[in-house]
Design a protein around this ligand. Structure first.
Ligand code: PLP
Length: 285
């Protein structure tokens, strides 16, 4: 693979970052994942806008302009021959060659920017989406600024491991009795034709796919309600699903061992997946 690091395209084995990098030592960094379908970027604008917001919230400098970012994304997709897959982008606060809790001087310390691609044939026509996901619920013990897309992914990663151990596919996080989101996706259930999802706040990541899917649902005359919901409500739903840039719309067929509806992907989740794939591919750049 050819990867990008701090202005250079290099073979992955030759790309290096300092051991003092604050991304490595302190998870002081942000990231984005943009899907590639048909060799084109899905919702690049949305990811670029959220990246800018994450950087602003953490007082981090932009490592390059949006146009440069687009160029790097496209160049990596082309050089690695990605037809279906992902572009991963990470920007960390860099390093001034030492470890200190205090941020280094931004005048003298440049951010570290790294991008690489992941080849994922069958991303759109995903067999997992035809089966639907089994979910377990676990307590949400993450920090309080989940709206910032930081690289602190240890707890989400532990959540996926807990799900795996329990014979499930993923975990939904529950705080004060209410579902916040999935380990790496936003969470929804459907009851009597109405789609319910948690409103945006600092408690959840403002999903780029969430925004697109809610717009498409409204355009398709589907009823949407943004409110807090409990895991018990979700277990009694007709169907459920998650959204993320890498899995699009993923039907959920089971929560904590309770089958939803007939235990197969529901009609609204399936339809939204189709609409999302169709429309976002048309708008891809
Ligand atoms: N929530 C969390 C915690 C995530 O990590 C992600 C994606 O990585 C999402 C939601 C979905 O966001 P998006 O649709 O922008 O991928």
């Amino acid at each position: 693979r050819t990867v990008y690091v701090n202005g250079e395209y290099l073979p992955e084995t030759e790309a290096t970052v300092s051991i003092f990098d604050r991304g490595f030592l302190m998870a002081d960094g942000v990231y984005e994942v943009t899907s590639v379908l048909d060799g084109k970027l899905i919702d690049f604008e949305g990811h670029a806008a959220r990246l800018e917001r994450s950087l602003n919230e953490l007082d981090m400098a932009a490592a390059c302009t949006k146009d440069e970012l687009l160029e790097i994304h496209r160049e990596l997709v082309a050089r690695n021959g990605i037809v279906e897959g992902m572009v991963y982008l990470q920007i960390t606060r860099g390093s001034d060659g030492d470890r200190d809790f205090v941020f280094p001087d931004p005048e003298t310390t440049k951010p570290t920017i790294v991008l690489f691609t992941q080849n994922k044939p069958g991303l759109a026509d995903n067999p997992a989406a035809k089966k639907g996901a089994k979910i377990i619920s676990i307590e949400d013990i993450r920090w309080g600024r989940r709206d910032i897309k930081t690289v602190q992914l240890l707890y989400p990663s532990m959540g996926k491991m807990m799900a795996k151990k329990a014979g499930a596919d993923d975990a939904w996080l529950v705080e004060d009795g209410y579902v916040t989101e999935g380990t790496s996706n936003n969470a929804y259930f459907v009851k009597n034709g109405k789609i319910v999802t948690r409103p945006l706040s600092t408690d959840i990541l403002h999903g780029i796919t969430r925004k697109a899917v809610l717009r498409m649902a409204a355009e398709a005359q589907m009823e949407v309600e943004e409110r807090l919901f409990t895991i018990d409500e979700a277990k009694e739903a007709d169907e459920a699903f998650t959204t993320s840039a890498s899995a699009f719309v993923m039907p959920v067929v089971e929560i904590d061992g309770v089958a939803l509806g007939d235990g197969t992907p529901g009609p609204i989740a399936k339809r939204l997946r189709e609409i999302y794939l169709d429309e976002s591919l048309k708008a891809a750049i």
